[in-house]
Write a protein that binds this ligand. Sequence first.
Ligand SMILES: Nc1ncnc2c1ncn2[C@@H]1O[C@H](COP(=O)(O)OP(=O)(O)OP(=O)(O)O)[C@@H](O)[C@H]1O
Ligand SMILES: [Zn+2]
Ligand SMILES: [Zn+2]
Length: 806
Amino acid sequence: MIAEVYIDIPANPVDRPFDYKIPDEYLDILVPGVRVKVPFGNMRRLGFVTAIKDHSEFKRLKTIESVEDHLPVLTPELLELGKWLADTTLCPTVTAFQAMLPAALKANYRKIVQVEHMEALKKNVPELANVFGQTDRLNWTDLLKRHPESLSSVNHALRKGYLSIHQQVRSQGSTKKIAVVVPGVSKVRMLEVLQKLDNRAKQQKKVLQHFINVSESASYQPKMRALTQAGLSKSAILALAEKDVLVVRRVEQYRDPYKQSAKQTEPLKLTDEQQQVLAPVVRAIRNREHHVYLCHGVTGSGKTEIYLQSIQHVLALQQQAIVLVPEISLTPQMVSRFKGRFGTQVAVLHSGLSQGEKYDEWRKIREGKVQVVVGARSAIFAPFQNLGIIIIDEEHESSYKQEDMPRYHTRDVAIRRAQKYCCPVVLGSATPSLESFARAQKQVYTLLRLKERVNHRPLPAVHIVDLREEMRQGNHSVFSRELLEKMKDRLQKNEQIVLFLNRRGYSTFVMCRSCGTVVTCPHCDISLTYHRTLNRLKCHYCGFECSVPERCPTCGSDAMRFFGTGTQKVEAELNRLIPEARVIRMDVDTTRKKGSHERLLRRFGEQKADILLGTQMIAKGLDFPKVTLVGVLAADSLLHLPDFRASEKTFQLITQVSGRAGRHDLPGEVVIQSYAPEHYAVTDAAAHNYERFYTQEMSLRRKWGYPPFFYLALIRLSHPEPAYVAGAAERITQILKKQLSGSSQVLGPVVPSVSKIKDRYRYQCMVKYKREPALLPILRQIMQHFQESGTNGLQVMIDMNPLALM
Ligand SMILES: Nc1ncnc2c1ncn2[C@@H]1O[C@H](COP(=O)(O)OP(=O)(O)OP(=O)(O)O)[C@@H](O)[C@H]1O
Ligand SMILES: [Zn+2]
Ligand SMILES: [Zn+2]
């Protein structure tokens, strides 16, 4: 029998299946979806079996060396999905396969240098023979790290054949084992041993006494760690194990990062509005109908309860559910709402978990031990085989688009999978993306609405403050007088405040006051950001770091000043203006450590602080009863980004942040500070008027020919030589113009707003189209033709439906 295998080298020339012979002993276990180790060229690689057949058109086939999985890591449905992803996003098939698996299953390749002729090596390259010493094989990376000077003699020895190089593959994915201790003999026998023990063996006696006292039930199986923590000696335990009185066993354990059990919750009695939204979804679940619902519900309208109750119907039918939540709203608060309802049936997948933890959660899904997964973007690939619903919360979030290969949008993958399983997709948001809302208007999706907050709680009253006017009045603080006054008022009433500062466009940079020079990265076209904790400047693209220059690199003046407002600066100002306020600052700096995000939120929830000050990461999902005031410090900092979605993002952000106020009994208030208070994104958000914003924004998108009226495809090139990349960009633009139909537009080539990253110059062109069936094949050809290998080659990046245009 023959297996078709995709080799895990993500490159276009090998993006096809290769035939291998299946050894007899593997005939039973080798099925599509398992990973195999195969010889490839002069290497050993891991590959994915995609099909099995009885003959091949090729004559001399190599043989599969080993099979890595007992249970296929990819189900037939996921194999098919992977090929579809590769086709539609223009990436190598194996890249798509890998994207669907936890990182722990990525193969680990090690290069080994093997001595073939020790005698010859000793005679001709003695210094190298010394490096090897007693062994005849060394790890390539170790060798070069410890003896960098030996590279040329290694090359020489390789050419002469004294040495050879091998690839070693190790597929990872270790399970975690822990040591537990159980009695090896009966209680009576333990008592006998206890009496016979030498009096000096105090520690052993103590251990035995413990087991005699506690081991009433047969299931007593304490962890070694727990015993030693309780003061028992490990060497004493091991000594008793030596005598077979105790047995130390290693048992497999799932790492469970959310083991603190959530409080069990019962389904709430739905409001009339909630019931009307839930009913059609439940009908689709029962009738096994594929359908996409867009649930547009204002903040605090109880969307999550609807998700929970639809899942309950899915579980009753022995089916499974995927719930996607943006990474930043995947807080313990969010997770516990699902765990509280469905307990151990829930697996959680997000980037905060270690590789091992993620792998364990994934295995629970693969092995059918859980029925619900709650996770960020990549959880859409959860290997369930009987899906009953896919829910995408905050569907407008840009983090649902993956920016690396495969450049997919989670919504598209969700719809593709749901079509296969004939099940509904529910997209939920208080601020749907224009794309989704437009599809709902055209009845491609079904619109479901929640116009009111639960229990008729009012949406918060919103005040817009004109920052230009504040300036004119001589107030140069980041706080307007109105916001400051309201903050003081809340502090007096013992209520809580959330302050939001947009990080994008508001990081701190260093500028010369005399000539206006901004300190930029020498490798990238971007200004360096000042980090106060390190007192250094840093590039957010390539990681370049330097100290703050004392003199201007252009004019030599010493008037170098910091500009912009970071969260640290706002915190300092808060301390000055309201010294009695207790502030929690949440930004990339304070949440770097694992678990710190949760810790800070918990402290705020326990009212150990009055003010939560943060960036994007506090905009969503938070539900704290005591929060009655939300301040948006600079609402329009996003408006000026060179991005046609700038208004949409501004509207979404203001709406979401405002939604954190007054979600419970106490009414909420919002203060929005802005330099463009008359902009419709600001005024419509303040008026809670999504439809008006939608209409206005759609008319502009139509006028300029942007999505959702047109589709976009972005082609971006980079190369160390500016002239070279410009030439290639020009040729590609010409090819596209010639080959595409007249109804499409080819824009460019242009230099993007960030013109250089890591010493590579960038160029891009864009295709705007409505219907262009030939586009994907043409782009694939361009990619194959222009993409060069190596670090100095031309890189071609293609993004169908790009979100980031910079
Ligand atoms: N039927 C109900 N009866 C009583 N309380 C409810 C009901 N449904 C939801 N709630 C409560 O109302 C609050 C808001 O609900 P939820 O967080 O689900 O809203 P949401 O629409 O997801 O909000 P957002 O989009 O702002 O995150 C929660 O505290 C929730 O427990
Ligand atoms: Zn840089
Ligand atoms: Zn200067």
